[in-house]
Design a protein around this ligand. Structure first.
Ligand code: PXG
Length: 450
């Protein structure tokens, strides 16, 4: 065998805690492995690091641990489930908890969104929603509706569907031709018009009219669906201008185009006193994608809620025929379903969606209390979400925010940065005192940034 061929020879034994083999997702691998930041335990609002420090979680993990960490109800439910029924085949077989969770979710979803398809992540939820949209038009005799419309700066996970409708250049440009037949609406971020908005910004509803331009360009009869995040999270917390989502809804309805809300980070109480941002913003989509807060981050699970008219369109033809050729080995996994049911109980029993609304004014004052500190060019908030946008260091984009991230971590605070924006999304169980702690630390750190 020539030296250039890969070898299957056994590797020499290496230390089991070697950091090298794990190719970390969305991470600067080499930098991290030189200076690792390891979390070894978590409870309530705090992580514990491997050197025994407590770190206040201002990000709910990655926008997922809305109930804080190690919620006793979820811990008990998962332990019990894994012993009782660890796995059940998902195709042509069922187990009660998946049906129960779907029923509970159907009740939580707005309007006529009353059927639920289970996935294992936000990315899978997005690709599932896009496929359902295409197949929906197909089964009702409109197979020409194949175009999908996303939005600039949108993040819809990392599947090929999600990066195609997504609008983040780095997530797209390395990965070939992507899906064809995709168009993008303009993003809605405008600091000159909307800087330092509290809640939804006033300017920009007209940006939804761009959908009419796209419809005119391609013909409505070629367009299957529009997908947007009600609040664009990963790109730096971009809030929808007042009236914008309603306008999108109106234009979609007019042209028989499905409207998909990607609520992977906004669902489960993040934005106000309802399960979904759709309800908080009073706009009814045809499909909602979820993940993260569904199990409060404890077990991977995603879900896609669809309007009754969509499910019904598939329930035609012989009853012994499979209606949708799509699904995952772990769709509705018993342990994930048990975690989901326990999470829904906990949201309800602890009134956590109401709590978001109660804490919102305090949170808003705390976010906007940073105004005037060096480097800050915008502050934004809604529900229990906050964004601190900083001016980048010339020629070194992201460096300033990343330095803030490292300094906060040293001081016992976990934040999340994207570009030069700090995004905050604490567990909904946070106390006012912990909100103060977040902003005291941030204020000290930001004042000390280069
Ligand atoms: N859609 C949206 C709107 C998301 O925010 C996904 C889909 C993909 O979910 P999965 O489970 O496949 O990762 C997401 C994920 C951040 C951050 O810091 C956000 C996400 C993931 C990791 C970090 O903003 N969102």
């Amino acid at each position: 065998m020539s030296a250039s061929h890969a070898s299957t020879a056994k590797k020499p034994a290496t230390a089991t805690n070697n950091l090298e083999p794990f190719w970390m997702p969305f991470s600067a691998n080499r930098q991290f492995k030189q200076h690792p930041r390891m979390l070894v335990a978590a409870e309530g609002m705090h992580y514990t690091t491997d050197d025994g420090r407590k770190v206040l979680d201002a990000t709910a993990g990655l926008w997922c641990c809305n109930l804080g960490h190690a919620h006793p109800k979820i811990v008990a439910a998962v332990q019990k489930q894994v012993q009782e029924l660890d796995y059940a085949p998902a195709f042509q077989m069922g187990h009660p908890k998946a049906f129960e969770l779907a029923s509970r979710l159907a009740l939580l979803m707005p309007g006529s969104l009353d059927h639920v398809f289970f996935t294992n992540s936000g990315s899978e939820s997005v690709d599932t929603a896009l496929k359902i949209a295409l197949a929906y038009h197909n089964v009702r005799g409109q197979a020409g509706r194949t175009r999908l419309i996303g939005r600039e700066r949108g993040y819809h996970g990392v599947g090929f569907g999600g990066i195609s409708v997504g609008g983040l250049s780095n997530n797209r440009k390395f990965f070939g031709a992507l899906l064809t037949g995709i168009d993008h609406l303009p993003h809605t971020h405008n600091l000159a018009e909307n800087g330092y908005s509290k809640g939804l910004p006033k300017w920009g509803a007209h940006l939804a009219d761009d959908l009419e331009r796209i419809v005119a360009l391609h013909g409505a009869e070629t367009i299957a669906a529009v997908i947007v995040e009600p609040i664009a999270g990963s790109t730096g917390v971009l809030l929808p201008p007042q009236g914008y989502l309603k306008k999108l809804r109106e234009i979609c309805t007019k042209h028989d185009i499905l409207l998909i809300f990607d609520e992977v980070i906004t669902a489960f109480g993040r934005t106000g006193n309802a399960a979904t941002a759709a309800e908080v913003f009073d706009v009814q989509p045809d499909i909602i994608t979820m993940a993260k807060g569904l199990t409060a981050g404890t077990i991977p699970m995603g879900a896609v809620a669809v309007d009754k008219k969509i499910y019904d369109a598939f329930m035609k033809g012989p009853e012994n025929a499979i209606e949708l050729f799509h699904g995952y080995t772990y769709s509705g996994h018993p342990v994930a379903a048990a975690a989901g049911l326990a999470a829904l109980d906990a949201y309800q029993d602890d009134n956590l969606f109401d709590r978001t609304r109660e804490l919102e004014p305090y949170w808003q004052d705390a976010v906007h209390g940073l105004k005037g500190l060096p480097h800050i060019i915008d502050l934004r908030n809604i529900g229990l979400i906050g964004a601190i946008e900083m001016e980048g260091i010339p020629g070194k984009p992201t460096a300033r925010a990343f330095e803030a991230f490292l300094k906060c971590f040293e001081k016992g605070l976990l934040i999340r940065t994207t570009g030069d924006t700090i995004a905050l999304s604490p567990p909904l169980i946070i106390s006012k005192q912990q909100i103060d702690e977040i902003f005291d630390t941030l204020s000290t750190v930001i004042k000390g940034l280069a």
